[in-house]
Design a protein around this ligand. Structure first.
Ligand code: AMP
Length: 358
């Protein structure tokens, strides 16, 4: 059943993704209420209401449930218990199971492998001995990561030559939390697919973007990605498989490594709209944000077709100085997030340059 016009969509999380979801919801005639502890957050600036409280505050969750016809979220670290509490009272999309899978890299890779999607090899790591065994298994190299949320660049360490005794230092630097060692993938490029599944089970996948990261932060997404049709098809098929396996409703972002032989390995999935899908607002009739709102509102999905080639770039920290020059460019769509303070590493906005219309 689709949402009646004027219905309220609850959004957990008040960052720029929530802001863009709220804008898309408004364009489709819906109201939004945002749950976010930080007052005057980017999403609340454009939503109808904000509940200023922690994501797991029972009274706030009860208020959100009674004010909303459906609840969604803009970040993958929503406490699973909070999503389940809400789901007992109001539909929550994507399902809490998607959060559970995406929040732990071991659970995530086991899930992906279980439905036939290849990933890097991996081992859970809780001590030096396990690290030594796993490094041996991966020919001396690997990427040590936190299993659950890494915090600000402290979530990874690369091993290349079987350095031993690295566990204690790495573990401390990462906050003494459970870790995972992944085999070091010699990828040619990184791509992502943004895909959606509707309430009726239909699936729409946008074309893969090529993504460039620096210091762990996405810098740019380029369409089309310079990959062969087999790699593009494999990535889209993998995204569709994930959506079906989870009985998913909404937009998902799935990141992949493309190897020299054109095969793809899934790296991560984000059960939400994704930074590497921001280009869709400039190069598709229906953006990832509208697609997500359509899905959770029970409306038919829009076409993911791309009418233009384009490059999306993030504006991070001091990049805001580029804004006047960007505004002078034709065929450029600028999107700023309403953040008053710029800080190094903080995403302030993005722009998409249309390079060729089809
Ligand atoms: P992640 O936090 O998993 O998104 O990783 C951040 C970045 O580190 C990725 O975008 C890759 O550039 C790199 N990376 C992550 N995992 C691996 C891996 N197993 N092998 C090689 N590079 C990796």
């Amino acid at each position: 059943m689709s949402l009646a016009p004027g219905s309220t969509i609850g959004i957990i999380g008040g960052g720029q993704l929530g802001r863009m979801l709220a804008m898309a919801a408004a364009r489709l005639g819906h109201r939004t209420i945002v749950l976010e502890p930080q007052a005057d957050c980017p999403a609340a600036q454009v939503a109808n209401l904000q509940i200023v409280a922690a994501y797991d505050d029972p009274a706030a969750l009860a208020e959100l449930a009674s004010a909303s016809t459906v609840v969604t979220y803009e970040f993958e670290n929503v406490p699973v218990a909070a999503a389940e509490t809400l789901a007992a009272r109001v539909p929550v999309y994507p399902p809490a199971r998607a959060l559970e899978v995406a929040q732990d890299r071991v659970t995530e890779k086991s899930f992906l492998n279980g439905i036939g999607i290849p990933t890097a090899q991996f081992c859970p790591i809780d001590n030096d001995e396990q690290l030594t065994v796993a490094l041996k298994k991966f020919n001396g190299s690997g990427v040590l990561k936190t299993r659950r949320l890494g915090y600000d660049g402290k979530g990874q360490r690369v091993f290349r030559n079987m350095e031993t005794g690295g566990f204690a230092g790495a573990s401390e630097a990462m906050g003494n939390v459970p870790l995972i060692l992944e085999s070091l993938v010699a990828f040619e490029r990184e791509i992502s697919v943004i895909a959606a599944r509707g309430l009726d089970g239909s699936i729409a996948a946008y074309d893969p973007a090529e993504n460039v990261h620096r210091e762990g932060i996405l810098r740019s997404s380029t369409l089309p990605a310079p990959i062969g049709p087999e790699a593009a098809a494999a990535a889209k098929e993998a995204a569709a498989k994930i959506l079906s396996a989870l009985g998913y409703v909404g937009v998902i972002g799935v990141e992949f490594f493309v190897l020299a032989d054109g095969s793809v390995l899934a790296n991560e999935m984000a059960p939400r709209v994704h930074n590497s899908g921001h280009w869709t607002e400039a190069a598709c009739a229906v953006s990832q944000f509208e697609q997500h709102i359509r899905a959770v509102a029970g409306l038919p999905l829009g076409s993911p077709a791309r009418h233009s080639d384009c490059v999306m770039e993030n504006l991070i920290g001091d990049d805001m100085q580029k804004v006047p020059a960007l505004l002078a460019e034709p065929d450029l769509m600028l999107h700023l997030y309403g953040k008053a303070q710029s800080r190094p590493g903080r995403k302030m906005g993005h722009f998409t340059r249309i390079s060729r219309r089809h």
